[in-house]
Design a protein. Structure first.
Ligand code: DGY
Length: 320
């Protein structure tokens, strides 16, 4: 039996599968594990099943010991893991692609609707019991029909978001390393653009690229200044892709019309400037937060960890 360390609470199905085959040490509290406790807990682990809130770096790999074979993130994004440090030590890294595509695209579409139709702002008026009355010009938003949705990073989640937006009558444009396969692009009637062209021409710009040093502050002062003043920015990917202070400044200066954020640069902290702005819709990293999706994520992470411990090829390797 191998020692498997699970660094946070995960759905029962995935945990049970790990327990059925191995000696599992799981962090059972609702509160996130402290760094000190984490470093102690991973000592002697053969496999780690990690959450995106835990930093898996050289220090942690050393604390685990040379027997460590794998780190299986219960997330599709794995920017919390120092992949080169894992590779150096021969530790395999896996993630959970596919199963959270639809849930995350739902949240991206929800943020598009919430920000363009001022739903957070409207709800706050009702909850605050502020006086209000139907009015011809009261709380007008932007209609989506015929507007351009610009997708940065047209992978699975970007495509799923584009499908939803198309059903709302939006025109789809995107940028990514290479154009989509012809049939997918044709199905979505999606136009491939350069990043600059996309930024300048989109009515809603939605971020779906992974976070890495190359995408750090991909959207900063310069890009925000080139967006249409009537445009909205949506981020369901990772917070540090956007320079949050530059975003606050741009919103305050009226350089863009609004923003919908599911992720934050210094999560769980939120830039106080955003909290003051009615045209900022802010939700707490809910992209994959459905019962079904989280169960599937835990199940896939378990499949990956169990495969590696059994000497097989894991289905979702991000290391080679
Ligand atoms: C992921 O899996 O990367 C998501 O952000 C989790 O919600």
């Amino acid at each position: 039996m191998a020692k498997v360390v699970v660094t946070g609470k995960i759905p029962a199905g995935g945990l049970a599968r790990l327990k059925a085959e191995h000696d599992v040490l799981a962090w059972e509290s609702d509160e996130a594990i402290s760094r000190t406790e984490l470093l102690q807990m991973v000592s002697g682990a053969d496999a780690i099943v990690s959450l995106l809130t835990e930093k898996i770096d050289g220090e942690l790999l050393t604390a685990s010991g040379p027997q460590l074979k794998s780190v299986s993130n219960v997330a599709v994004g794995y920017n919390n893991i120092d992949v080169p440090a894992c590779e150096e030590r021969g530790v395999l890294v896996t993630n959970t692609p596919g199963v959270l595509t639809e849930a995350t695209a739902d949240i991206a579409m929800a943020l598009i609707l919430m920000s363009t139709r001022r739903l957070g702002e409207g709800e706050r008026v009702i909850r605050a019991q502020d006086p209000w009355q139907w009015g011809m010009f009261y709380m007008l938003g932007m209609g989506l029909q015929g507007r351009q949705l610009g997708i940065v990073g047209m992978g699975q989640i970007g495509i799923a978001t584009a499908r939803r937006a198309k059903a709302f009558g939006m025109n789809i444009a995107y940028t990514r390393r290479s154009p989509l396969e012809v049939d997918v692009a044709k199905d979505l009637d999606a136009k491939f653009m350069s990043m600059d062209e996309l930024i300048e021409s989109s009515d809603v710009l939605s971020l779906h690229c992974p976070y890495s040093p190359a995408t750090h502050h991909l959207i900063s002062e310069n890009q925000l200044a080139r967006m249409k003043p009537t445009a909205y920015l949506i981020n369901t990917a990772r917070g540090p892709i956007v320079d949050e202070q530059a975003l606050v400044d741009a919103l305050k200066a009226g350089q863009i019309a609004g923003v919908g954020l599911d992720v934050f640069e210094h999560e769980p902290k939120v830039n106080p400037g955003l909290l003051e702005l009615d045209n900022a819709v802010l939700i707490p990293h809910l992209g994959s937060a459905t019962v079904e999706t989280r169960a599937a994520m835990a199940d896939i992470a378990a499949t990956n960890a169990l495969a590696i411990l059994a000497g097989k090829t894991a289905p979702n390797l991000v290391t080679s």
